[in-house]
Design a binder for this molecule. Structure first.
Ligand code: ADP
Ligand code: MG
Length: 308
């Protein structure tokens, strides 16, 4: 069935934009904190893509920029340079009113400090209702969603209790409900299990997984807890304000429940830079200059013999 021949010019070959199909795009993200005497580069050109539906853990030493990244993604803090986009919202150029809308409808944020996520004089039901009430949702609708959310993460029994009558794990699970109330595209959690014992931490982690699997939120969780990072399909490591490596786990590995090592990948940024782990550098005395050679199926890095 040869159709009539068309003589249209070929479509211009344009490379798709970096992260065009991702929910979260950080491109060369920089955040510099300027204090009176010093300048701290909390993020130094960080690249990160997160796709819709993913659950990603972010790990890294204290001070590596994890909270700064989450605050930028939460629309709480603005980057100094680079790009940050979430669900099509450009976080660099949000106006004041767009920022309010973004924080209310596009992201949900759970902090480490359990107490800061809730309001002392509001019950669990009331505090989950609050963001929906501010957004002007009808009361019947709000009541139904509140009950559904509390039930989904296993804290329905806490509905009429105030924070002081909740355990730390219950407080964090209610906080997850608050963050999810307005059906955000993405749920951000900054060390949400940091103040909890390991058993309680598991309950909170299970609630985040419910948010991801059953409630349709993409989840980004900063954690020190290797038991948590061992249970997600992708773990991204940040070092010195940049993404340095990633560990991917297969569905099978996750399903067995055994904490596996996963396969570790180094992250190459858009300029082609890769961070060579310190152990590797020390083992072969790789210092300032190295020799690179392209082989058939790999790239070789050797120490610069002359330098030593
Ligand atoms: P992490 O969460 O990985 O521990 P942070 O993002 O909190 O790291 O901090 C990254 C770096 O930025 C640290 O050196 C920290 O001291 C610095 N920093 C964070 N917040 C501020 C701030 N408000 N003013 C100045 N420096 C800050
Ligand atoms: Mg932090």
């Amino acid at each position: 069935m040869a159709g009539p021949e068309l003589s249209l010019p070929p479509a211009p070959e344009r490379a798709p934009e970096y992260g065009h199909d991702a929910l979260v795009v950080c491109d060369n993200l920089v955040r510099i904190y300027q204090t009176e005497s010093v300048e701290v580069q909390a993020l130094q050109g960080l690249d990160l893509l997160v796709h819709d539906g993913e659950m990603v853990a972010i790990v890294g030493a204290s001070g590596s920029g994890k909270s700064t990244l989450l605050q930028v993604l939460a629309g709480v803090d603005a980057p100094t340079a680079g790009q940050a986009r979430v669900a099509g919202h450009d976080l660099v150029s949000l106006s004041r009113s767009e920022r309010v809308h973004y924080r209310r409808h596009v992201v949900g944020f759970v902090r480490q400090q359990t107490a800061r996520n809730l309001v002392p004089y509001l019950t669990a039901s009331q505090v989950v209702d609050l963001p929906m009430s501010i957004a002007g949702r009808p009361k019947v609708d709000r009541r139904r969603r509140t009950a559904e959310l509390l039930e989904a993460v296993g804290v329905a029994h806490c509905a009429d209790r105030r924070p002081d009558a909740l355990s730390g794990g219950e407080q964090q699970r209610v906080a997850i409900c608050v963050a999810l109330a307005n059906e955000p595209r993405i749920l951000l959690a900054d060390e949400p299990t940091g103040e909890l014992d390991s058993e309680t931490a598991q309950e909170v982690f299970a609630a985040l997984r419910t948010a991801n699997r059953d409630l349709g939120a993409t989840v980004v969780i900063v954690t020190h807890d290797t038991a948590v990072s061992g249970q997600v399909a992708r773990t991204v490591a940040i070092r010195d304000g940049r993404t340095s490596s990633e560990v991917l786990r297969s569905h099978d590995e996750l399903a067995t429940g055994v904490h596996t090592v996963g396969e570790e990948y180094a992250v190459m940024d858009r300029a082609g830079r890769v961070q060579v782990p310190r152990e590797f550098r020390e083992a072969l005395a790789l210092t300032r200059r190295v020799r690179l050679a392209l082989q058939d199926d790999h790239v070789e890095i050797r120490s610069d013999g002359d330098a030593g």
